[in-house]
Structures are given as structure tokens and as C-alpha cells.
Design a protein around this ligand. Structure first.
Ligand code: ADP
Ligand code: 5GP
Length: 222
């Protein structure tokens, strides 16, 4: 049976580059034969002009979201800037069991909830290099109204103030370097001793078997 996949939570202020960095990291991992999935969240927020239902988010109304939350369909959910956002168990659990890594692009309250139900999830905080760069990226993305951008910049300060609780800090200045760092974290996490135990067990068994055979052969000669 495949070892379980790793759940990698990527948080940052909105516009910090989570979507961009995760998409590139998944392509790079695929080149190395490591399957990884970008979890598609549910939200009550209205779609942005370029967003597609089912690809960027599952868009739904508040009563439907609340019914899903009441029936424990979510691994985590949170309210952000007046809208509800949640990760469904269906997006994540079966994939992890199959050995696929799963990336979550979520805000900090949700990240903490996930850690309680999946303690070996890895928490990565992506920092924008500065306030000015974040503001510029939010404007350049041309997807949010000025009021939504203002709200996101205020929220950013709260998010930065809890970033110290994360496992890894990556500054998203040069995109390639940020992607390298996320891929590096993912590869290193695959080699944690706790995740390697069953592989090591197989190697030790093979080693013992081969050693015994080798010396059994010697013993019959002497
Ligand atoms: P998030 O998912 O965190 O809200 P996005 O991935 O949508 O952020 O990125 C916000 C904007 O910044 C997008 O227009 C994206 O192309 C741009 N961007 C992301 N990372 C970088 C980077 N390292 N350098 C320049 N632009 C970037
Ligand atoms: P946006 O509206 O800019 O797409 O997202 C706003 C914030 O909600 C971002 O910080 C994003 O990471 C977060 N978010 C997106 N999906 C989820 C989710 O499923 N759960 C939680 N807790 N936050 C999410």
C-alpha cells in the first residue's frame, strides 16, 4: 500500500501568491513523479471575472454552505471578509489515503483547524516581500474592487501577526525561488523519518534476507 500523501497548507495574505506558487509547485512535483492535487475550496463569495466554478472554487450560497458545515462535510471552514470559505473532506481525505499530496490555499484560522484534525499537516506561510508589493499585486491582478482590496490589506496585518506559528516561512519575491522553496519543503517532508518507516522496514528485511543467504552459502563450504 502507498504511504499516505502529505497535506501542505499554504497561507498568506490575499494576493501573496498562493495560487500562483502552488500551481507551479504541483507541475514541478509532477515532473518528479510526485502526484499532488490543489484542493478546490467552497465559498459564498461571488466569482471574480476570470474565475470558473469547480476550477477556482465551488461557488455556493450561504444556506447551502451552512448545511454542509452542519453535516460535517468540511475539514475546516472560516469566515473571511464577510464570506464563508471551507475545505471539504471529499477534496482531501481519499487523495491523502491514495498517497497523493494535497495543497490547501487557505487563511490562518482554517490552517489552525486543519492542524487539530490532521496533526502531521505541514504549514507554510508565504510572505509578500513588502506592503507596497502586496498592494501592487492586488491591483495588478485586477480581480477585486477597491473596497475588497482595502479589506484584504487590513486583514493582511492580522495574518502576518500569527505567521510565527507556521512550520516554514517563504518570501515570495522572485517567483522561481518561492516555487523552489515550496518544492524543497515538500521533498524534505517526504523524507521525514516517521514517513519513511515502512520503506526502511522493507529495506532492512531485504538486507537481512540477503545477508543470511550470503553467509548460509559460506557455511555450507566450511
Ligand atoms: P493569492 O492566491 O495568494 O491570492 P495570487 O497567486 O492570485 O495570490 O497572486 C496575486 C497576483 O500576484 C497575481 O496577479 C500573480 O500573478 C502575482 N504574483 C504572484 N507571485 C508573484 C511573484 N513572485 N512576482 C510577481 N507577481 C506575482
Ligand atoms: P479570495 O477571496 O482572495 O480568493 O480568498 C480570501 C482568503 O480566503 C484567502 O486568504 C484564501 O487563502 C482563503 N481561503 C480560500 N479557500 C479557503 C478555505 O477553503 N478555507 C479557508 N479557511 N480559507 C480559504
Amino acid at each position: 500500500m502507498a504511504a499516505p500523501g502529505i497535506l501542505i497548507i499554504v497561507a498568506s495574505p490575499s494576493g501573496g501568491g498562493k495560487t500562483t506558487v502552488i500551481r507551479h509547485a504541483i507541475d514541478r512535483l509532477a515532473e518528479r513523479g510526485i502526484p499532488a492535487h490543489f484542493s478546490v475550496s467552497h465559498t459564498t463569495r461571488a466569482p471574480r471575472p476570470s474565475e470558473v466554478d469547480g476550477r477556482d472554487y465551488h461557488f455556493l450560497d450561504r444556506p447551502t454552505f451552512e448545511r454542509m458545515a452542519a453535516s460535517d462535510a468540511f475539514l475546516e471552514w472560516a469566515e473571511y471578509a464577510g464570506n464563508l470559505y471551507g475545505t471539504s473532506n471529499a477534496e482531501v481525505l481519499a487523495r491523502l489515503e491514495r498517497g497523493e499530496d494535497v495543497f490547501l490555499d487557505i487563511e490562518v484560522q482554517g490552517a489552525n483547524q486543519v492542524k487539530t484534525s490532521i496533526p502531521d499537516a505541514v504549514k507554510v506561510f508565504l510572505f509578500p516581500p513588502s506592503y507596497g508589493v502586496l498592494k501592487e499585486r492586488l491591483h495588478r491582478r485586477r480581480q477585486d474592487q477597491p473596497e475588497a482590496i482595502r479589506q484584504r490589506l487590513h486583514w493582511a496585518m492580522r495574518e502576518l501577526s500569527v505567521a510565527g506559528e507556521f512550520d516554514y516561512a517563504i518570501i515570495n519575491d522572485r517567483l522561481e525561488e518561492a516555487v523552489d522553496a515550496v518544492v524543497g519543503v515538500c521533498l524534505a517532508e517526504h523524507h521525514r523519518m516517521e514517513r519513511m518507516r515502512s520503506v526502511l522496514h522493507t529495506i532492512r528485511s531485504e538486507f537481512q534476507h540477503a545477508l543470511d543467504e550470503d553467509f548460509a552459502h559460506d557455511a555450507t563450504r566450511s
